[in-house]
Design a protein around this ligand. Structure first.
Ligand SMILES: *Cc1c(COP(=O)(O)O)cnc(C)c1O
Length: 395
């Protein structure tokens, strides 16, 4: 939390708007719209709800194809199943780790051969890194298929100067507890079609028709964001830029202190892309590290009660989606095999980052010379500081 959330919550309590509507919800929507430079935003109780409504608004129903990035969190794909749709998964390209335009093209052509145009395309900006949206949008435009941009991990990221979350027909944000800013749980649907977003709000509040009594002509959902959560969100919007800086600092600090190690690779931003670096990630190539794997690094950190995690397991390799059609190129499977998310919290202290770095570097010590390690006959300096627990001021 920042410094303002508590104040906004107190205001919400004082006004007695303890409901899934209220002035904080309206203001939160305006602030997000302003931040992303979009026409309209519907504040919802999760990113998953936003994806569900997005697909519903685009008319996805039983038997419809929806194309989804395979390398993602399961919430990107599940709403396709909620609506009885058929997910078609598309692999990633190495430059952004996100949807590969070539595989996307193949997937669309395959759907057309089955006699049905896909109802939507869901690219994801994984870990905050923007997908190749110009190429994806060009293909989507050619076939006239709407794009639902899953920007759940990418608030604060931009693509060629334009905010992630504003690049498709509809955009999805998440304010879950683990995201760059949070309302404890929440999400938003964004777009430039005012009527569509207004209809999303209608569906999200049980689709009540205008009448003195409760009149319903369509099936709705209970998906609106609570005014209390929106109050937290107002405080969080004041610190979003600071959070992006903190996350990016983590990334550059790790990169500076680890990228000389053989077999450890970071993902640079492709031309024109700005990542919020929600999570700092590395690839660990065992054939170049001298047998040190991502698993091994995870174990060494876990021994010190430091959590690191593998990257998202591609959807086309999940038991849930084992029968789904997928257009693959090997990239996401390789990323899953080699990848690791390092500790990436916005409040990490330098000493904590140094501890992670020190533990990883300690794995690479193979030389008899203190502070040096040897690779292919070359000696490199590995003497990163290894702070003691006392000096760390851990909360
Ligand atoms: C978190 C996340 C979601 C879902 O958001 P919730 O608010 O947790 O429902 C969807 N897609 C991606 C890529 C996510 O990381």
């Amino acid at each position: 939390m920042g410094e303002k959330e508590w104040g906004y919550l107190q205001q919400a309590f004082a006004s007695n708007w303890i409901a899934p509507l209220g002035p904080c919800v309206d203001k939160f929507e305006d602030e997000i719209a302003d931040y992303l430079q979009v026409e309209a935003v519907a504040a919802l109780n999760s990113g998953t709800a936003a994806l569900h409504l997005a697909l519903k608004l685009l008319g996805v129903s039983t038997g419809d194809f929806v194309i989804c990035q395979s390398f993602t969190f399961v919430a990107s794909a599940n709403p396709i199943l909620y609506l009885g749709g058929i997910p078609v998964f598309v692999d990633s390209e190495p430059a952004s780790w996100n949807m590969d335009p070539a595989c996307l093209q193949d997937a669309i052509e395959w759907c057309l051969q089955q006699g049905k145009k896909p109802k939507a395309i869901i690219p994801v900006h994984l870990y905050g890194m923007p997908a190749d949206m110009n190429s994806i949008n060009a293909i989507a435009d050619k076939y006239e298929i709407p794009v639902v941009e899953d920007a759940a991990e990418a608030l604060g990221s931009t693509y060629k100067g334009t905010a992630c979350g504003s690049l498709g027909k509809l955009g999805v944000l998440s304010f879950n507890g683990n995201k760059i800013i949070t309302t404890s749980g929440g999400g938003a649907l964004t777009g430039n079609d005012d009527d569509l977003i207004r209809f999303a709000r209608h569906l999200a509040s049980q689709a009540r028709d205008p009448a003195p009594h409760y009149e319903h002509s369509t099936m709705g959902y209970n998906y609106r964001l609570s005014n209390l959560c929106a109050a937290i969100g107002l405080g969080q919007m004041e610190v979003i830029d600071e959070r992006v800086i903190q996350r990016r600092h983590n990334y550059y600090y790790y990169k500076d202190k680890l990228s000389d190690l053989p077999g450890i690779k970071f993902l640079p931003e492709p031309e024109g892309c700005f990542s919020n670096r929600w999570l700092s990630t590395i690839l660990v190539d065992e054939t170049k590290t001298g047998g040190i794997s991502n698993q091994k690094i995870m174990e060494v950190l876990a021994k010190e009660s430091i959590e690191a995690r593998p990257l998202w397991k591609p959807m086309h390799t999940q038991p849930l989606y084992k029968n789904a059609k997928a257009f693959t190129n090997g990239v996401s499977e390789k990323l899953f095999a080699q990848g690791l998310c390092l500790p990436s919290g916005s409040n990490l202290k330098l000493a904590e980052l140094d501890e992670v770095i020190g533990l990883i570097r300690s794995l690479f010590i193979t030389s008899e010379i203190p502070g040096k390690a040897s690779y292919g006959g070359k000696l490199i300096d590995i003497s990163a500081p290894r702070p003691s627990k006392e000096s760390m001021n851990v909360k």
